[in-house]
Design a protein around this ligand. Structure first.
Ligand code: E4P
Length: 409
């Protein structure tokens, strides 16, 4: 078994659904034997190059830790390309998917099948920019020069999104192992009961304002929520100094095993997070509005970081950009296990944005979840199906199937 090494693969696509092709490639790389994705760049848009391609390309870089040899990686890349539907094409031509081995830590090779580093890496901004983003310390294996230095001239490429974190195989960090979880952002027990019956709610978040709105006893409300939803339930401390906050947190954690202690992102809150996390109590650090706050919370052992999308959008800042940055920063440091919990979600588009950015969890009010289910064309289509069904002679499916089953003995 070879010692695992870090390797970077460049992805590019211009035909079909390029974003989907890039996501597929990242997942396929993650599923290779002895390989796991440890970081991904954002997805970049670049104009057609080389005078042959007609469409803009989407590009990204995936960094893996792998025990495969360079040749095995190149072959796996070709296999992924052909699975995506790629056929042989001219150099620079539009294509469904390109998977290029760019760099393997410590390996320089003239093997014609797997030249390393990729011979044109230094001249291609669409590979260099995402490479340096996903692997900031990437260096030439012989000269030791950092590729970041080649970008000193600041090549500007527009980033248009992120690669969804691979979910198959071993993800880049443990926190991303399941699809985005749905938390309900409310302290209203009727809403929680109804939403629980939908079967898709994974947890609940509350805050002092939501508790105050219900006019009920705080601790009993938290306990009742925990009995309705068997998942993480955030209960927020209100003390302003760490010792008192720690005391509140320890007690809240005793109310029910589902309780996650929520603390604000202040110096005192982070002290409390560190203390409670080291005692094994799960902490949700809330009121996060900039990426470094998220890194601080993660270093203090937070189980969740709650960046507030809606409140940033309210003041003309880009909430989605904050989520993307946090997801990227956490993916750069797989040892951080903190989950990104997108909060302050106001409408379905925020949910879409949170999922596209690879958020681990999104918490939203009851009415947002209800609107996630509905689309006028779903209602119209369903009404038409039911109307047409009225014309079918025997409309009793249960009776028909039972009769059919018994006729077969
Ligand atoms: C959840 O944890 C937050 O407290 C909540 O999402 C804040 O939402 P708001 O900005 O709509 O009040």
């Amino acid at each position: 078994m070879r010692t695992p090494r870090r390797a970077a693969l460049g992805l590019g696509a211009s035909l079909g659904d390029p974003a989907a092709a890039l996501a597929l490639a990242a997942r396929a790389l993650d599923a290779l034997p002895g390989t796991r994705v440890i970081a991904t760049s954002r997805v970049y848009w670049s104009p057609p190059a080389g005078g042959v391609a007609r469409r803009p390309f989407l590009n990204a870089v995936v960094v893996v830790e792998t025990s495969l040899s360079p040749r095995e990686l190149v072959r796996a890349g070709r296999e992924i390309e052909s699975r995506a539907g790629r056929r042989a094409s001219r150099r620079w031509a539009d294509r469904v998917l390109d998977v290029d081995l760019l760099l393997v830590e410590g390996i320089a090779s003239r093997d014609p099948e797997a030249q390393l580093p990729h011979p044109r890496l230094g001249d291609r901004p669409f590979a260099l920019v995402p490479l340096v983003e996903a692997w900031p310390s990437a260096a030439h294996p012989v000269t030791g020069k950092h590729y970041a230095a080649r970008l000193a001239a600041r090549v500007a490429l527009p980033a248009i999104g992120t690669l969804p974190r691979p979910t198959g195989g071993i993800g880049p960090r443990r926190a991303g192992e399941s699809a985005m979880k749905f938390f309900l952002d409310t302290a209203n027990l009727d809403e929680i009961r109804e939403a629980a019956s939908w079967g898709i709610i994974d947890g609940v978040t509350t805050n002092p304002s939501l508790i105050a709105r219900e006019g009920r006893d705080f601790v009993d409300t938290i306990y009742q929520i925990c009995t309705i939803i068997d998942g993480p339930v955030s209960a927020e401390t209100v003390a302003v100094d760490a010792p008192k906050m720690i005391e509140e947190g320890r007690l809240l954690a005793r109310v029910h095993r589902n309780v996650v202690v929520k603390v604000p992102l202040t110096i005192e809150g982070i002290k409390c997070c560190k203390a409670l996390s080291s005692e094994g109590i799960r902490v949700n650090v809330t009121l996060c509005f900039q990426p470094m706050q998220a890194l601080i919370a993660a270093k203090a052992g937070a189980t969740y970081i709650s960046p507030f999308l809606g409140r940033l959008d309210d003041v003309s800042e880009d909430g989605m950009d904050l989520i993307q940055k946090i997801v990227q920063i956490y993916a750069n440091y797989p040892e951080l296990k903190t989950q990104v919990l997108s909060a302050s979600i106001r409408h379905p588009l925020h949910m879409v944005q949170a999922a596209m950015a690879g958020s681990d969890v999104a918490t939203a009010p009851f009415k947002v979840y209800k609107s996630l289910y509905s689309h006028p064309l779903t209602d119209k289509g369903n009404a038409a199906f039911l109307k047409d069904w009225e014309t079918v002679p025997d409309r009793d499916i249960v009776g028909q199937v039972n009769r059919w089953l018994s006729s077969r003995g």
